[in-house]
Design a protein around this ligand. Structure first.
Ligand SMILES: Cc1ncc(COP(=O)(O)O)c(C=O)c1O
Length: 321
């Protein structure tokens, strides 16, 4: 996916031209736009997905990076109305949309969703997928389906990046798919993750339900848990340090968005025993910290890991529209 994002950004954006990202965002999307010197405009997310809003002609985006099936990290599915509006908007501004369909195989309720690209009759959507979630991230294989007019340019960009992904890995994956193993693998892990998901929800309510409202969305491999009381935030930050269990604060993924305090919990990579032990451990650490009054007067700030302030972040400024 990161390769796909970089190839598209190199192909479509000159330094100083505008790129839109979601806010909160998959941080690599922002890294890629920063790397090509784009003027980055973070767009808020509402219940229908990325908010298009008002946009002056000179700030028209060349590239819009979105996760319509399952917004990362909030989990919102982009509505049909917003999908159509986004394609129309991109067409009217001569821009392109990169659809990052990173975890579309993991929809646990309802029928599978058609992709944004399926609605595109204007040749404005580049569809991308990854093997990172369905197989494993270190494989570094994914795919990109581009409108015909972009294919030559993207092939040239890829040729200067590294020519191609490892041929043996690609051939092995191709056989894995064509001989039917991929499909049975998808079925098997979808079932496994569905079980872990239900177990996680139960255990979460048991151990941490007093502290959080868990937002259960129909898709994906993580949940957002909203803190009921903002003052508990420092306690959980401290409990993370003590236990080595690291739910990410939602603020880590925010650029300008000011959202209520919440944490992002992944559930797919852990066995049921690990899920139960980890949540119990976190709950017990928080309880002890609370008894010791450790949250009071804590020096933790509400956005301690905000990318805007973290030192490893590229220095390209985020500009507002
Ligand atoms: C929104 C999003 N897109 C893509 C990916 C996968 O990226 P890659 O294929 O580069 O491993 C992830 C992984 O966490 C993700 O969260």
């Amino acid at each position: 996916m990161q390769q796909a994002m970089l190839a598209c950004a190199l192909a479509l954006i000159n330094e100083g031209e505008v790129g839109w990202i979601e806010d909160p965002v998959f941080l690599q999307a922002r890294n890629v736009l920063a790397f090509v010197g784009a003027k980055i405009i973070p767009r808020p997310i509402d219940r229908e997905g990325l908010v298009i809003g008002k946009c002056s002609r000179q700030n028209s985006p060349r590239l819009i990076l979105v996760t319509p099936s399952h917004q990362f990290p909030l989990g919102v599915t982009m509505s049909l109305r917003r999908r159509k509006a986004l394609i129309e908007f991109a067409e009217s501004r001569d821009g392109y949309i990169l659809e990052d369909d990173y975890d579309s195989e993991f929809r646990f309720d309802g029928p599978p969703l058609p992709c944004l690209q399926g609605l595109d009759n204007a040749g404005r959507v580049i569809y991308t997928g990854t093997m990172s979630k369905i197989l494993y991230p270190s494989l570094r294989l994914g795919f990109l389906v581009a409108p015909p007019q972009l294919v030559d340019t993207l092939v040239k960009v890829r040729a200067v990046m590294d020519q191609h992904s490892p041929a043996i890995d690609q051939a092995t994956l191709a056989r894995f798919i064509t001989e039917g193993f991929f499909l049975s693998h998808v079925k098997r892990i979808r079932e496994l993750y569905a079980q872990r998901r239900v177990f996680f929800i139960e255990q979460f309510q048991k151990w941490l339900g007093d502290y959080f409202d868990l937002e259960v969305t129909p898709a994906g491999l993580h949940f957002i848990a909203w803190l009921r009381r903002g003052e508990d935030f420092p306690l959980f930050m401290r409990a993370r340090e003590q236990t080595g269990i690291w739910p990410r604060p939602l603020s880590f993924f925010c650029i300008k968005a000011q959202l209520d305090p919440a944490f992002v919990f992944g559930f797919a990579a852990w066995s049921q025993a690990q899920i139960e032990q980890s949540l119990a451990k976190l709950a017990s650490a928080v309880k002890q910290l609370k008894q010791r009054g450790a949250g009071n007067g804590s020096s933790f700030q509400i956005h301690p890991l905000s990318p805007a302030t973290s030192s490893y972040w590229p220095s390209t400024a985020v500009r507002s529209n």
